[in-house]
Design a protein around this ligand. Structure first.
Ligand SMILES: CCCC/C=C/CC(=O)SCCNC(=O)CCNC(=O)[C@H](O)C(C)(C)COP(=O)(O)OP(=O)(O)OC[C@H]1O[C@@H](n2cnc3c(N)ncnc32)[C@H](O)[C@@H]1OP(=O)(O)O
Length: 394
């Protein structure tokens, strides 16, 4: 009954011209840190474009548009929570509130992207779409496919063991953003070749040796914070299909996935002390909770490498499969899961994740700020130089 009221109420809220509700004053916004930046003009165009859509995009999308608009213009949700019986206001408040501390400029970009995707699918008028001259992202470090209700993001630098260079960080963020809005129900991250990922590409640090070190460390901390933030905020079930060994950030972010399936050939290694670094990916918070404080210490401080079975026994991995049947078994299972009702899955994730979101963003910020200092230390510089001059391997 409550759902029926909510649906009817939302329909009233957006009808007879359901999209005209998004007729808000315009405010000045700041430049985005993200690679693709939506200008104030793009944002205004998007607001106009919404009114021209012929096809009603549905309540879920309208709520998302509402929330992104509010976040882009007013920032994080700052109004009192409506009562439980005020279903429409509560649905709007919940959606806005779920955006947490998403920066205004990112919300503005997301709003523009969402409207752009709606415009291209509904082809409502002969007008030029905002951003129509902008090419859809072509990935150089990833292969992204969508099939059977599953968007698969495959890390694709196999000759470098899928080490994450700056471009890959940016592309993963873009791919997650796109997957959060596409029709798929589950999103998977996996690796191409024999490794899941060897973690941060240590050549990212080579620039550090060439002056402006503080600035580079600061920019890397911003990149890392945005990157991990995308995992914290990802709204659909996110599954890691760990096809081989995982190192560093590709291990720590697993604590932010909803399920982790691993081949028995994989290992899990976070050699931060060896590298003069400190934990990231919210692992300083998630790992002690997933495993136990002392098991987390062995991994994050002493750099103990876990086998897949050990990682499973400690709760980091959901299930381990023999390498010979890994792909077949995992994809059969995921395809079955992808037939489940998408809204129920998304809402269940929201219920689970929302309790922790604010905390996770705070942990992420703290870890990045500590790392920013660590990257400038002799311990870190020496470890990176040793790897680059091939004196040391893990
Ligand atoms: C924005 C900043 C975020 C920072 C946060 C993250 C922290 C981390 O992720 S810390 C973890 C960093 N990763 C490592 O320290 C791993 C380093 N790599 C290795 O120790 C070995 O390469 C590895 C054990 C993974 C594999 O050893 P082998 O099987 O013997 O292969 P090769 O060493 O010959 O590797 C093949 C090829 O790949 C290049 N490679 C592998 N890993 C990395 C890496 N992390 N960064 C850069 N390059 C990497 C390796 O150099 C080889 O290249 P070529 O010599 O050109 O063939």
């Amino acid at each position: 009954v409550a759902m029926a009221h909510l649906v009817a109420g939302l329909a009233r809220c957006w009808c007879p011209s359901p999209l005209q509700v998004i007729n808000f004053p315009v405010v000045q916004l700041h430049m985005s840190l993200m690679a693709m930046r939506a200008s104030q003009k793009d944002f205004e165009n998007a607001m106009n474009q919404v009114k021209l859509l012929k096809k009603d995009p549905g309540n879920e999308v309208k709520l998302k548009l509402y929330a992104l608009y509010k976040q882009a213009t007013e920032g994080p949700c700052n109004t009192p929570k409506p009562g439980v019986f005020d279903l429409i206001s509560k649905a709007k408040w919940d959606t806005w509130s779920a955006l947490g501390s998403l920066p205004k400029e990112t919300a503005r970009q997301n709003y523009v992207d969402l409207v752009s995707s709606l415009s291209s699918s509904s082809k409502s008028s002969g007008q030029v779409e905002p951003g129509a001259d902008r090419k859809p992202p072509g990935y150089e470090t990833l292969v992204v496919t969508s099939e059977d209700g599953i968007t698969k993001i495959m890390l694709n630098r196999p000759t470098k063991k899928n080490a994450m260079n700056r471009q890959m960080y940016h592309e993963i963020m873009l791919a997650l953003e796109a997957a959060s809005k596409d029709d798929s129900r589950i999103t998977v991250i996996t690796g191409n070749g024999d490794y899941y990922s060897s973690g941060n590409d240590l050549t990212n640090f080579t620039d550090m040796a060439s002056g402006k070190v503080e600035e580079l460390a600061k920019n890397s901390a911003i990149l890392l914070r945005n990157f991990v933030g995308c995992f914290i905020d990802f709204p659909k079930p996110l599954v890691a299909v760990v096809n081989g060994p995982a190192v560093g950030i590709s291990v720590t972010t697993l604590g932010l996935f909803d399920a982790v399936y691993s081949t028995d050939r994989a290992t899990f290694h976070t050699p931060f002390s060896h590298l003069g670094q400190s934990p990231e990916g919210c692992s300083s918070y998630t790992f002690p909770r997933i495993m136990s404080p002392s098991k987390a210490t062995e991994m994050l401080i002493f750099g103990k490498k876990l086998t897949a079975r050990e990682a499973c026994a400690q709760g980091l991995v959901t299930e381990v499969f023999p390498d010979s049947t890994f792909q077949k078994e995992v994809w059969t299972r995921l395809k079955a899961y992808a037939k489940l009702p998408p809204n129920a899955m998304r809402i269940s994730k929201e219920v689970i994740r929302n309790k922790e979101k604010e905390k996770l963003h705070a942990i992420n910020a703290e870890e990045c700020s500590v790392l920013q200092e660590r990257w400038l230390s002799d311990e870190c510089m020496n470890a990176v130089m040793n790897f680059l001059s091939r004196k040391a391997k893990l």
